[in-house]
Design a protein around this ligand. Sequence first.
Ligand code: FAD
Length: 254
Amino acid sequence: MLSKVHLPSSAAEAAGLLRAGGWLIGGGTVVMPRVNTGAVPVEHLISLRHAGLAGIRVDADTVTIGAATTLAAVGADDRLGFLHPVIRSIASPPVRNLATVGGNLLVPQPHGDLAVALLALDARVDVVSVDGARTGLVGEPVAPDEIVTAVHFDLPENWHYRKAMRRRHNSAAIVTVAAVLDGERTRIALGGVASRPVRAYAAERILRDDPGAVAEAAEAAGEGVEAFDDAYASAWYRVRVLPVHVRRALLGED
Ligand SMILES: Cc1cc2nc3c(=O)[nH]c(=O)nc-3n(C[C@H](O)[C@H](O)[C@H](O)COP(=O)(O)OP(=O)(O)OC[C@H]3O[C@@H](n4cnc5c(N)ncnc54)[C@H](O)[C@@H]3O)c2cc1C
């Protein structure tokens, strides 16, 4: 049974509490329903709300977003306009007011739409634990005693995003596609088709060789994906519609 919510004032203090035991929360939009229903028995919660991890910095072409920054704050920052469609596709305004960037990175698919975007952006992830700080890449494992403190990435020149979902609000991904089509920097990331966001390597290779080969790249995007069934769509359906959504994302079609 929940007995205490810790409010550490720094990431280092939070890391010490985490090593001692407990569950970390950013906005709590995933954690709190599980705590409240007793699905996960937890005695201690460690909230990052006052740990000084919120904020957005843009230095020249490099963006740094603190892990405790809310999705709503990202969606309200004019310097990050290319990310606004990503944010608008996630949950609903009340959820986005609480949900954080760090939490979105770590939720399993079909949630984690911003994580898909960050994978396409080749974002670096700053992490801290009582053993020290390190920087990794989006998609690399974060250990249970580690805290994500920030993500950083370079602004893309040619950005594409599309999420196929059943309803406009509070609907997880059937398929999410995020792509940076900047020549050698071309990267395509997919959500909804595996337990974590994945790269569409075959499609990327095709587009690097021939940027006009969109139809061929879209067909190749499903290579190696391990889609799953859930309440939103079957694995069969996800794989079947994936090329359509990749093609539309790459061409900027509605
Ligand atoms: C109704 C509803 C609809 C939703 N729809 C979508 C959707 O369409 N798209 C989507 O992407 N998501 C969706 N979500 C999922 C969720 O709201 C978001 O993914 C959100 O960004 C999670 O962030 P959070 O801060 O609330 O996570 P929390 O619930 O606080 O944490 C989630 C997990 O991440 C860990 N964690 C949090 N912060 C850190 C950190 N800094 N370092 C290390 N670990 C950390 C926690 O320990 C926990 O395991 C939805 C949720 C709800 C309730």
